[in-house]
Write a protein that binds this ligand. Structure first.
Ligand SMILES: Cc1cc2nc3c(=O)[nH]c(=O)nc-3n(C[C@H](O)[C@H](O)[C@H](O)COP(=O)(O)OP(=O)(O)OC[C@H]3O[C@@H](n4cnc5c(N)ncnc54)[C@H](O)[C@@H]3O)c2cc1C
Length: 334
């Protein structure tokens, strides 16, 4: 029997979960990602200043596992030592507790490690930006900026939906109206995420995460109390959607200054170094209830990611798993 090949655009959690399941079932899977490493919005970085080295999760902060299917995966990851329970609830600046009694997980040693663990046996090509697709002779041709062309019997696209729609437009593939309208309906908030390497421990209370008023800042996390930064003190500061949208074109140095000033009550220390990242598509505001979208447009293609299945890390993972299941079932049915 001919081995079925699948090209997956995006090495975030959705793409990686789909890839792991499909490869285990003997399919030939290639994951393409424009980033330097895997993980997408499961993103971690280091900042160094002299002896001090801070580690920061500057995308997703933690995740929940409420669906039994996802929980089973998380339990495997706990056993493998690639995730930990960070806390069971997180405080707000007014003293209230959100998600009280709910396990909030993080990657170990940091969130990107989970993506690296999933990718370890996969064929992942990083720094490979896809620019167009063509369905030719019953095979998807996936063209990249590098000049490489990857071929697949099935295509899975997990980029944020505005980027996905741009790719199809560039490819001159007209999606059916219902598909285009479904994908176009999902809108995303931008989010500035600022990593600050500190001289002294921060004032963020235990267990190291703090929900703020929402604007200009929505959230702060102390990397040290979170347990991801043993060699340096640091905080991750996230701006709210209004602030982020308002400052999309503002000079980065000014955004850093404004966010650092707003975070001052919780810093308690001089800042040794900083790094600002803009997530243009941080969270879908109105994720779709369905786990993915599938169609012959004109060849078999799946649209997945956190725009589906309720959003967030758990939604992205479940979307990837649902895509893999549907694809395998469709092959079994011939
Ligand atoms: C600041 C921030 C905080 C968050 N906090 C939380 C949280 O606390 N809890 C929670 O559950 N969720 C949180 N989230 C959301 C969570 O990170 C996402 O829901 C989840 O990681 C999305 O996974 P994904 O696979 O759908 O998409 P992504 O992780 O975005 O993966 C998509 C991948 O596609 C790649 N890509 C895009 N276009 C191309 C192209 N043309 N060619 C090749 N590759 C391409 C990208 O590089 C990316 O790696 C947060 C997100 C942000 C930004």
């Amino acid at each position: 029997m001919k081995q079925i090949s699948v090209v997956i655009v995006g090495g975030g959690l959705c793409g990686l979960m789909a890839a792991v399941v499909l490869q285990r079932q003997g399919l030939e899977v290639t994951v393409l990602d424009k980033g330097k490493g895997v993980g997408g919005r499961l993103a971690s970085r280091r900042l160094r200043h002299g002896e001090a080295v801070g580690c920061f999760d500057f995308g997703a902060q933690y995740f929940k596992a409420q669906d039994p299917l996802f929980l089973a995966w998380v339990e495997d990851w706990l056993n493998a030592g690639v995730v930990k329970v960070w806390a069971e609830g997180m405080g707000t600046e007014t003293g209230a507790i959100r998600s009280q009694g709910v396990k909030l997980y993080r990657g170990e040693p940091s969130n990107r490690s989970l993506a690296q663990y999933l990718a370890q046996d996969l064929r992942v090509v990083n720094q490979e930006r896809v620019n167009s697709f063509h369905w030719q002779d019953d095979v998807w041709q996936v063209h990249c900026d590098s000049g490489q062309v990857y071929q697949g019997d099935r295509l899975v696209v997990t980029a944020p939906l505005p980027q996905t729609l741009d790719l199809f437009e560039t490819s001159a593939i007209k999606l059916p109206d219902y598909a285009h309208q479904t994908l176009e309906a999902v809108t995303y908030d931008p989010c500035f995420s600022l990593s600050l390497l500190l001289e002294q421990p921060s004032l963020v209370p235990d267990p190291g995460g703090l929900w703020l008023s929402g604007e200009p800042l929505a959230w702060m996390a102390c990397s040290t109390k979170k347990g991801i930064s043993p060699q340096g003190y640091g905080v991750t500061v996230q701006a709210g959607p209004e602030f982020s949208r308002h400052h999309l074109e503002t000079d980065a140095a000014q955004v850093i200054q404004l966010m650092t000033e707003a975070a001052q009550p919780w810093l308690g220390s001089a800042v040794l170094d900083s790094h600002l990242h803009l997530w243009r598509y941080s969270h879908p505001q109105n994720p779709l209830d369905q786990p993915f979208l599938f169609g012959d447009f004109p060849g078999p293609v799946y649209f997945g990611g956190d725009a589906f299945h309720g959003g967030k890390v758990e939604g992205a993972a479940l979307s990837g798993l649902a895509i893999a299941e549907h694809l395998l079932n469709s092959l079994a049915k011939g």
